[in-house]
Design a protein around this ligand. Structure first.
Ligand SMILES: [Mn+2]
Length: 327
C-alpha cells in the first residue's frame, strides 16, 4: 500500500524533532526529514507553488531520493492573488495566471515522478446572492480545465471538491456537480479526489460518493481524515465516523482502488509523526479486518439490505481486535 500525507502537518510540535532550532529557519527539507521518520510512510505530497518558493525542483528531488521517499503528487495552492477566484476570476490576467500555475504544477509533478496533480479551487465560489453569473462562471471552469487537460493528455489531473470554506459556496462543491463537470470537460485523464471531511461537510455518505465516482471511472485519489461534519476538521482516520470509514475502505477494495492513500489531517495539538503512524495503522486495521471477515460475507450483508445484518460488522470488529499497549 502507498501512504502519503501533507508536508505542512509536520510543523506541529517542532520541539519534538527540531529541538531549539529557530522556527523561521525551518525549510521544506527539515519537514521532509521529519516525515522520513514516520514508520510506513512511502510518499509525500507537496504544494505548488508554496513549497517551491525558496527551493528548486532538483534540490527537492535529490533530497527525497536521499530520504527514500517518493512523491505522490502535487497539490495546487492558490493564494494571494486569488481572493476573488481562480479559473472563474473576472480578471482575465489572474485567471490566466491560475491556468498557467496549474500547468507549471503538472510539470513539477512530472519532474518529481508524482502520480497526480490535484486541483482544489479554494476561491471559485460566491458569498452573496446576485454576486455571480453562475453559468458564465461554471463555463469558465470547464474552459480552463479543457485547456489544461488537452495540454497534458498523459498526466493524471484530479479535482478535489469542497462545498464551502473559504467561500460560503463553492461553484463545484459535491460529487454530483464534480461528475457533471468532468463529463463537460470530457478529458479521460481527469478524475476526482474524494476528501472524507469535504464529503461529510456536504452531507454525503463517503462510500456512496466513491461508488458514483467509480461507476463513471473517475476515481483518482483519496484524502482520508475525519470530522464532525460542519467543518474541515482534519481529524484522525476513523475517530468520528468509524463505520463510514470501514464502508469507504470496503468500497475502495471492491473497486480495486490501487491509488495513493493520502491522509489530509491537521494534527494541531498532536505529534505529527505519531499521528501519521496511527492513521497508517488504522487504515491497515480496517483493511485487514475486512479480509478476515471476508469480502464475500460483506457483500452478502450489503445484498441483504438488512440493518441488523450490517451491525454484525461493527460487532465483529469489536470482538476481533485485541488490545495491546504499544501497537
Ligand atoms: Mn483534501
Amino acid at each position: 500500500m502507498k501512504f502519503s500525507t501533507r508536508l505542512n502537518s509536520f510543523k506541529t510540535m517542532p520541539e519534538n524533532f527540531f529541538g531549539d532550532k529557530c522556527l523561521k529557519s525551518l525549510t521544506v527539507f527539515d519537514y521532509i526529514s521529519r516525515m522520513a521518520t514516520v514508520d510506513g510512510l512511502t510518499h509525500v505530497e507537496l504544494n505548488y507553488p508554496e513549497h517551491f518558493e525558496n527551493t528548486s525542483v532538483e534540490e527537492v528531488k535529490s533530497f527525497l531520493t536521499e530520504k527514500k521517499l517518493q512523491v505522490s503528487g502535487i497539490a495546487l495552492r492558490f493564494k494571494n492573488h486569488y481572493t476573488f477566484g481562480e479559473y472563474a476570476n473576472k480578471d482575465s490576467q489572474i485567471r490566466d495566471k491560475a491556468i498557467r500555475e496549474t500547468m507549471e504544477a503538472i510539470e513539477v509533478c512530472n519532474e518529481l515522478g508524482g502520480e497526480v496533480t490535484t486541483i482544489w479551487l479554494a476561491n471559485d465560489g460566491f458569498d452573496y446572492a446576485f454576486q455571480m453569473d453562475y453559468e458564465k462562471a461554471y463555463d469558465k471552469i470547464v474552459d480552463a480545465l479543457k485547456q489544461i487537460t488537452s495540454r497534458y493528455p498523459d498526466n493524471n489531473i484530479s479535482f478535489e471538491y469542497k462545498p464551502y470554506q473559504p467561500r460560503a459556496f463553492s461553484l463545484i462543491g459535491n460529487i454530483s456537480t464534480t461528475l457533471v463537470l468532468l463529463d463537460d470537460v470530457g478529458a479521460p485523464n481527469m478524475g476526482v479526489t474524494l476528501d472524507f471531511c469535504h464529503m461529510l461537510m456536504t452531507k454525503e455518505n463517503p462510500a456512496y460518493s466513491l461508488a458514483l465516482a467509480a461507476r463513471k471511472n473517475r476515481l483518482m485519489g483519496f484524502h482520508l481524515n475525519d470530522g464532525h461534519k460542519d467543518n474541515d476538521d482534519g481529524l484522525m482516520l476513523g475517530s468520528v465516523h468509524f463505520m463510514q470509514t470501514l464502508e469507504f475502505i470496503y468500497y475502495a477494495k471492491r473497486y480495486n482502488y490501487d491509488g495513493l492513500i493520502y491522509f489530509d489531517t491537521f494534527p494541531l495539538r498532536e505529534d505529527p509523526v505519531a499521528e501519521c503512524e496511527q492513521n497508517i495503522r488504522m487504515y491497515k486495521a480496517f483493511d485487514s479486518f475486512l479480509d478476515r471477515f471476508g469480502l464475500e460475507r460483506v457483500e452478502e450483508i450489503i445484498q441483504s439490505e438488512d440493518a441488523l445484518e450490517a451491525q454484525k460488522l461493527l460487532y465483529s470488529f469489536t470482538q476481533q481486535q485485541t488490545l495491546t499497549t504499544n501497537k
